[in-house]
Write a protein that binds this ligand. Sequence first.
Ligand code: NAD
Length: 505
Amino acid sequence: MKNEKNVTATIGHFIDGRHVLDTARTQPVFDPATGLSHKSVALASKATVEQAIASAQAAFPAWRNTPPLKRARVMSRLKILLEENADQIAALITAEHGKVLSDAHGEVQRGIENVEYASYAPELLKGEHSRNVGPSIDTWSEFQALGVCAGITPFNFPAMVPLWMWPMAVACGNTFVLKPSERDPSSVLRIAELALQAGLPPGVLNVVNGDKEAVDTLLTDPRVKAVSFVGSTPIAASIYATGCAHGKRVQALGGAKNHAIVMSDADIDNAVSALMGAAFGSCGERCMAIPLVLAVGDVAADAVIAGLKAEMAQMRVGPGTNNANHMGPLVTQQHFEKVKGYVDQGVAEGATLVVDGRGLQVAGHEKGYFLGACLFDNVKPGMRIYQEEIFGPVLGVVRVKTLQEAMDLIDAHEYGNGTCIFTRDGEAARYFSDHIEVGMVGINVPLPVPVAYHSFGGWKRSLFGDLGAYGPDAMRFYTKRKTITQRWPSAGVREGAVFNFPSHR
Ligand code: NAD
């Protein structure tokens, strides 16, 4: 797509420590609150991506041999720079994503916590050592860097999700090529500048903006050893298959449809407040958002619906630049149409639309992609609004009779990213967390996103691969174990040729 007339700047790439522009193909970047575009993003050609890979490849030997503590200190300095520049980064996120500034700040802070964790890498990389596994024989395992790693990230956390990936990858001694979302590319480029300022050598982190052409180049180039992906499930599945077929280590985190169970004994007021934030925070554009409530019993269902209805009437929707708003716009016109289409679909399928946000107009922002929060009652498992990820401010309530019925529904769903239960019954909560087929579980906690020193990963079609994102899993993903067994022969231990398999028998 060519630039619109009002485009004034083109966002390029960051390769070998420098801004690089390749404008053969560009795409407009919109402010979702106004619907206007004042900038465009360059979509990297294969040659530009290859330039970034070559830069990462050239930087690898020296960076791999840089002492882990020195690599970690770059992360410590970056943490401080990110804190100092958090306002600017949050503003860049809000201008292109639309989320409310305070929420963008939260995203930046959670990203910084991953940088902080990466600064502990020397501790994590210490390896394993066993003395005297045989006569004068010692064995140790070390965790070696892979080489050039790549990351491909979604629009909904433009700063945080890249920070799940590259800080741990480079702290472990790898170099990196990042392909962020083309819908909101600016915050990542600012962070790449700060990484350089923190002392990251040119070429260790490269950023290429782009689309499928850039991704396909990363997936097929033999110099790229590992690929981390976060995005929707169909793309995650194809990235996993293509990357693995090209001999790469791949982790691909996909989409979600997270259910919250509300038991009849729950503190309903607390559950309702928690659901409001979990369903409508960031306009529902979170992979850990709660778009479905399974209310156990009609009493709980009626109370939840009444509570939500009352709280939704108080919601303030408007531009994300105003922190007084609870919810900003959806990310693009196309996504707005898609989400609104799901609401139409839910009505056509026979669910009861209790709160209809479709007609919302925000004064002074008539061309913004604003959709008011929507609430459905009587959602049924066969409906598309139950099955598919909507990724917008649409919450559906399903009425069930028992906890087991609720759990069976969750287990039968194709996604298994997050889930939660609201209850005062410890036995029910324990049974739920023990048996449910979902990777991240909350008990009276609506968004159980693990902190940076745990790892993040769903089950079923929410994650392709064996290791999750960030935390301890990231150290494993971005390194390969080498096990070395050593003997320094001395007169006492010379034993001549041994033809039997050595053992301690
Ligand atoms: P998306 O799948 O459209 O895009 C993700 C990335 O893939 C982007 O960088 C995009 O440029 C690239 N891409 C898109 N189409 C491609 C194609 N055909 N070939 C190669 N690359 C392609 O996702 P999105 O709309 O940016 O983000 C929203 C999705 O991400 C939701 O499904 C959400 O659940 C998911 N998500 C998951 C997690 C998680 O941790 N599981 C976290 C955040 C978001």
